[in-house]
Design a protein. Structure first.
Length: 305
């Protein structure tokens, strides 16, 4: 495996223990990275910590973490004090129980990692745990200390390995009821609901992440190439925004209906046809991620003369 492990330890299920390695499953390393640069010299800038009162730079030895107890008043915590109270990790992910796959609300999902055996000796034990999860169609809840912080993880069989997803704590997930409490109840029925169903049916497809386009990152890459090549780049035109006067009319137009066609009976007929047809969304062309690795990302920035 070419990726570098971010953590190594053990996966423990009862008396079954196997050495495992954890790999980051999501990375932003392929994004265009911009740096703060001195416009006059072209030199990259360094970040420094400045005391707002004395206006002097604070040396590394004098930098400590603190908790604000009042405006401008802090309790200072030395690294040794923090280390003394944080639970020590034993490099073990201990399985504490099992739940049906899909039971955890994805609001609690934090960050996914790939988990695989760290050596040949651990392959059999790892396979026993993985296949046990797969055959029973369950996920395991495990606890451990990752990167100096106690974490709960959801362990799931995935292909030939395991995906371990760190979970948000309950206090970190904001209340759904509070977010939606002021939304009034609206009853949708009749032709309006038929049209909405028709639109969904005709655009139903499959999840194809390779077709997603990061327009912001692509735009930055193109801008960098243009600057290096000394050419101007035209700003993209804003899409025309039509005014929606009538919701029913907008639904009819979205469903490909208009005028006399926009009857409930016609919509129902379209719904019946669309449910048996093939989705056009599934025919999107595959966009390889390798095309995003452009020369502009590796090209050195030109310095101002």
């Amino acid at each position: 495996m070419s990726l570098r492990a971010t953590w190594k330890g053990y996966l423990k299920l009862g008396e079954v223990v196997c050495a495992v390695a954890l790999y980051t499953a999501v990375s932003t390393s392929e994004r265009v990275r911009l740096h703060m640069v001195n416009r006059r010299t072209g030199h990259a800038l360094n970040r420094r910590f400045i005391d707002p009162e004395t206006r002097k730079e604070v040396e590394r030895a004098d930098q400590v973490k603190g908790y604000e107890i009042a405006s401008g008043e802090y309790v200072m915590l030395d690294p040794e004090e923090i280390a003394a109270v944080v639970p020590a990790g034993d490099k073990t992910l201990s399985v504490e129980g099992f739940i049906p796959c899909g039971e955890v609300d994805d609001l609690y999902f934090d960050r996914p990692y790939y988990l695989r055996p760290a050596d040949e000796v651990s392959r059999t034990g790892f396979a026993v745990i993985r296949e046990g999860l797969r055959r029973k169609q369950v996920a395991a809840l495990a606890r451990g200390v990752l990167f100096r912080r106690p974490r709960s993880l959801l362990i799931r069989a995935y292909d030939q390995g395991i995906v371990a997803t760190t979970l948000n704590y309950d206090y970190e997930v904001r209340s759904v009821a509070e977010a939606f409490e002021d939304i009034p109840e609206v009853t949708i029925e009749g032709e309006m609901l038929d049209l909405a169903r028709h639109i969904i049916d005709t655009r139903m497809g499959t999840f194809q992440p390779e077709t997603f386009v990061d327009r912001y990152d692509d735009a930055l890459a193109e801008l960098v190439r243009a600057k290096i090549e000394g050419r101007k780049i035209a700003a993209p035109k804003e899409p025309a925004r039509g005014k929606v006067v009538d919701l029913m009319d907008a639904l009819r137009r979205s469903a490909g209906l208009s005028g006399k066609e926009g009857t409930r009976g016609e919509a129902a007929k379209r719904v019946g046809k669309s449910s048996t047809g093939k989705s056009s969304a599934g025919k999107s062309s595959t966009r390889k991620t390798s095309t995003r690795k452009t020369a502009a990302r590796k090209a050195p920035a030109r310095r101002a003369g």
